[in-house]
Design a protein around this ligand. Structure first.
Ligand code: B4P
Length: 187
């Protein structure tokens, strides 16, 4: 299965993606995790990404596209994958279509987690207290939500047109949401 998980920051994408990938036995590929790992290790990629990440802005498409293109050539992604946090722009959607079509592949399902904005703000502020993530300050959260609304939310219409969008209510506890996802995906 080639699957995407989408939704606003704090919708529970990263949280739910771990379980979905395990159930379907496919790799969970999170561009956010890749950037955080590189920032932690202060690699050239991490230092480049940090300038954007810190402000709640998207890292430029050419950088993110290159990373995903490379990651999808790994052996574990041969028979499927779950992409978390990618694509986030129309350029990334087009790029992903291109790299998959070269292998006669396509995205089969797009899982959208829907959620009320005050709930995501509350979750991210809680995570700030627990984990101190640099992009979880009130100011940066507001920016991330704006960027999501203008650049990423419109992409859902494209996947809806293709007939592959599956919407799941992301409100409730982690296990409640997990149950709803399993039901929606027929797992
Ligand atoms: P991401 O890492 O993708 O960050 P995110 O949108 O906040 O989602 P995340 O997965 O962390 O949160 P989740 O909803 O699971 O991206 C971070 C940054 O990286 C971007 O701003 C950008 O700069 C860069 N980036 C990444 N991909 C990019 C791309 N494609 N193009 C350009 N730039 C890119 O969880 C949030 C919190 O809620 C957690 O604390 C969790 O424990 C909690 N939670 C989850 N589910 C819950 C529930 N049901 N109830 C209560 N709490 C819950």
């Amino acid at each position: 299965m080639r699957l995407l998980i989408m939704g606003p920051p704090g919708a529970g994408k990263g949280t739910q993606a771990v379980n979905i990938a395990k159930t379907l036995n496919i790799p969970h590929i999170s561009t956010g995790d890749i950037y955080r790992e590189n920032m932690k290790n202060e690699t050239p990629l991490g230092l480049e990404a940090k300038v954007f990440y810190d402000k709640g802005m998207y890292v430029p498409d050419e950088i993110t596209n290159r990373i995903v293109e490379d990651r999808l050539t790994w052996d574990d992604a041969k028979n499927g994958f779950l992409l978390d946090g990618y694509p986030r722009t129309i350029d990334q959607v087009n790029f992903l279509d291109q790299i998959l079509s070269k292998k006669s592949q396509k995205i089969e399902k797009v899982l959208e987690l829907t959620i009320d904005i005050p709930v995501v703000v509350e979750r991210l502020l809680k995570r700030a207290q627990e984990q101190g993530r640099i992009d979880d300050t009130k100011e940066v959260i507001t920016k991330r939500l704006e960027v999501y609304a203008s650049s990423t939310a419109p992409l859902l219409a494209e996947y809806k047109n293709r007939g592959i969008l599956v919407q799941v209510d992301g409100m409730g506890s982690v296990s409640e949401v997990e149950e709803k996802i399993n039901f929606a995906l027929g797992n």
